[in-house]
Design a binder for this molecule. Structure first.
Ligand code: NAD
Length: 286
């Protein structure tokens, strides 16, 4: 298939590379020229702009930072995409933006899906992402072979926007777990208990999680190279808080985690990995 891929960052670049490996002809664009060059080195083709990446594509994928970038790029995809194009936005954005994009696409005869992902850079490189898809069942089925090259779990969770709502739920759980693992480390260290031994036991019991499995040692060593940046998780907590307001529910822990992410940014840690929430909990304790 001819695939246009827009947004070749930490996630987009390895995802585009996996599509090349799966035998697709991938034409990629990013505002950063270095990123475009990198794709050419991986067997894809660099595009001069969004319109160039979309021209002739059977499928267009966007993997952009936030809603404003998708709002800027999606109208071009819809306008310049060929009839019956399958447009899959895999960025994490507001559910209402995904619904708006789906309406614009439908009006132009383009099939649109929101398909945000979980699994991080490692999952993007290994092609083992979890993908939560919102949209029409037929379009999700049509996207199956392409999504199957990017992830191992692909679940149709509901109509347009539902993928983003599930991603918001994912992000509030991930943020909450990072916050509590940070509190566990601060407690163990302040009590004179070796945090590595302590977290090793936690990881093997009911408190175990992928976060403890993958990140406990780097957190104890205070290694916070991203991965997933605090700036992006702060954005996602804002999406979760807004989704809760729209649904008319109270999520008190989500509110607290959103405030901790805001503190991490305010303290200048926006470009560190989200596990750097530990720095905020430490600072609360002198
Ligand atoms: P990133 O900042 O590394 O990549 C985004 C890319 O989009 C950048 O290369 C940027 O130059 C490009 N870009 C921005 N505006 C553009 C435009 N108008 N046209 C073309 N390119 C443009 O971010 P990322 O970590 O790859 O994340 C991308 C999305 O995936 C975000 O929504 C994020 O929340 C989500 N996500 C990230 C992770 C992760 O672990 N990094 C995990 C799951 C989901």
């Amino acid at each position: 298939m001819n695939i246009g891929f827009i947004g070749l960052g930490i996630m987009g670049s390895p995802m585009a590379a996996n599509l090349v490996k799966a035998g697709h002809a991938v034409t990629g664009y990013d505002v950063s020229a270095d990123r475009v060059e990198q794709l050419a080195g991986l067997g894809g083709k660099g595009a001069a702009g969004v319109v160039d990446a979309v021209a002739g594509a059977d499928v267009v994928i966007t993997m952009l930072p936030d809603s404003p970038q998708v709002e800027e790029v999606a109208p071009l995809v819809v306008e310049y995409g060929k009839p019956n194009l399958l447009y899959i936005d895999m960025s994490t954005i507001k559910p209402e933006t995904s619904r708006k994009v789906a309406r614009q696409a439908a009006a132009a005869g383009v099939r649109a899906l929101d398909a945000p992902v979980s699994g991080g850079e490692r999952g993007a490189i290994d092609g083992t992402l979890s993908i939560m898809v919102g949209g029409d069942a037929e379009d999700v089925a049509a996207a199956g072979p392409v999504l199957g090259s990017l992830g191992t779990t692909v679940v149709h969770v509901g109509p347009a926007g539902a993928g983003q709502t599930v991603k918001a739920a994912n992000q509030l759980v991930v943020g909450g777990v990072y916050g509590l693992v940070s509190e566990a480390i601060v407690l163990l260290e302040a009590s004179g208990v070796d945090p590595v031994a302590g977290l090793d036991v936690l990881a093997a019991g009911l408190a175990g999680s992928r976060i403890l499995e993958l990140k406990r040692h780097t957190m104890v060593k205070r290694e916070f190279a991203p991965g997933f940046r605090i700036d992006l998780h702060h954005k996602d907590m804002g999406i979760a808080v807004a989704a809760a307001r729209e649904a008319g529910v109270s999520l008190p822990l989500t509110g607290q985690v959103a405030q901790l992410m805001a503190a991490a940014r305010a303290q200048g840690h926006g470009s560190l990995d989200h596990s750097a929430l530990l720095k905020v909990i430490e600072r609360l304790n002198g």
